[in-house]
Design a protein around this ligand. Structure first.
Ligand SMILES: [Zn+2]
Length: 219
């Protein structure tokens, strides 16, 4: 029987590849359930990922299930799970996120939807892929955020569910594309701290982003 966690990670990888965020074998996806972390194996063509190409490790990195070596960024995934209650981690070399990560030190808040990721998105300093130094920099950049950019490398997003981590990756790429387009037209206006605060209050009071039934008008 197929392990649902391994199948869900393979599904998420295929979805992100179809959206153009995971290209070839670049990038990786993991999801946590209790003490098990299912993560895409190294060298997998993510557009065709299968549950058999997802390896399960413990929170200490020891192999639990699977025949393939986990992603080279396994230390990054394990470090993020050690820091926060995230249930999933997505790492991409998505085109716009990676381009901006070659230029910016921080992605400012141009659009209120970015507040779903926690505000300005920090860019972790460049370090060699798979290194402890890169993992440490990304963990710092993720503090209080659902996303981080990796200088001259790509992006990382987290989520309380695998679907949420995928949505955050798609949103981050949209925001990076927005920044790129707006910057070509002129100097983008950045939302002020007060404007951002008002968005958060409005979202809380209106339940932004969730469906709700139409209420009957009161007579
Ligand atoms: Zn990478």
């Amino acid at each position: 029987m197929t392990d649902p966690l391994r199948a869900a990670v393979a599904d998420a990888a295929r979805r992100l590849a179809a959206a153009g965020l995971l290209i070839g074998t670049a990038g990786n996806v993991s999801a946590r359930e209790g003490d098990r972390i299912a993560v895409t194996a190294t060298g997998v063509t993510l557009a065709d990922a299968t549950p058999g190409e997802v390896t399960v490790v413990g929170i200490d990195g020891r192999l639990i299930e699977g025949e393939l070596e986990p992603t080279s960024e396994i230390e990054l995934h394990l470090g993020i799970y050690a820091d926060q209650p995230a249930c999933a981690v997505v790492h991409t070399h998505a085109p716009y996120a990676t381009a901006l990560a070659c230029v910016l030190d921080e992605l400012p808040v141009l659009h209120y939807q970015q507040l779903a990721l926690g505000g300005e998105i920090r860019v972790a300093p460049y370090a060699t892929f798979g290194s402890a130094e890169l993992a440490a920099g990304v963990r710092t950049a993720l503090a209080g955020r659902q996303a981080a950019l990796l200088a001259n490398h790509g992006s990382v997003t987290v989520g309380g569910t695998l679907a949420q981590a995928v949505d955050h990756a798609l949103l981050l790429e949209w925001l990076c594309q927005l920044h790129h387009r707006a910057s070509r037209l002129g100097t983008p206006r950045v939302l002020s701290a007060q404007q951002q605060e008002e968005v958060v209050l409005a979202a809380l009071s209106r339940g932004y982003g969730a469906t709700r039934p139409i209420r009957e008008e009161q007579p």
